[in-house]
Design a protein around this ligand. Structure first.
Ligand code: FES
Length: 156
């Protein structure tokens, strides 16, 4: 029986084929994997029907300590009303179109970016899910962010 001879060129070619095949299978697996489902809707806050929120407006939900921002393009952003400096409850100033903290005068943009210190990081936000044309907010899972970035805004 003749021994199998593998030269360097054949070895790299086979290695490259294996690598490309593995990547293709991995991408295919990721595409076919079912999307994450909402596990327990009972833990989400039902903010209401999507159509009941006008684009470009901010809606306060005081008991949940959050503001729901309907973005001009129709997307949603649920921002915590807890100041990231020392935790006071912020208010929305419609004239300045910014969130302001009454304790030490930090200010935040409508997307939660810091406009003026002493707060150093943006407002936390809550994940949002949609079910039967209703907005469900995961109020038990605030997302801390060190810096606001447009890619953190989820669009529907
Ligand atoms: S708690 Fe908001 S600025 Fe200090």
């Amino acid at each position: 029986m003749k021994p199998i001879q593998i030269n360097r060129r054949n070895f790299f070619r086979k290695f490259l084929y294996a690598l490309v095949s593995f990547q293709f299978i991995y991408i295919l697996f990721r595409l076919l994997k079912p999307r994450k489902q909402i596990k327990n809707v009972d833990n989400y806050f039902d903010a209401g029907e999507v159509s009941s929120f006008d684009k470009g407006k901010i809606y306060p939900f005081g008991t949940q300590r959050l503001y729901l921002h309907r973005l001009p393009d129709g997307g949603f952003m649920a921002l915590s009303s807890r100041c990231t400096h020392l935790g006071c409850t912020i208010g929305y100033n419609t004239l300045k179109q910014s969130f302001e903290c009454p304790c030490h005068a930090s200010a935040f943009s409508t997307n939660g970016e810091v406009l003026s210190p002493p707060a150093t990081r943006p407002l936390d936000f809550f994940p949002i899910a949609f079910q039967n044309n209703r907005i469900l907010i995961d109020i038990n899972n605030p997302q801390r962010r060190n810096k606001y970035h447009q890619s953190q805004v989820k669009y529907i």
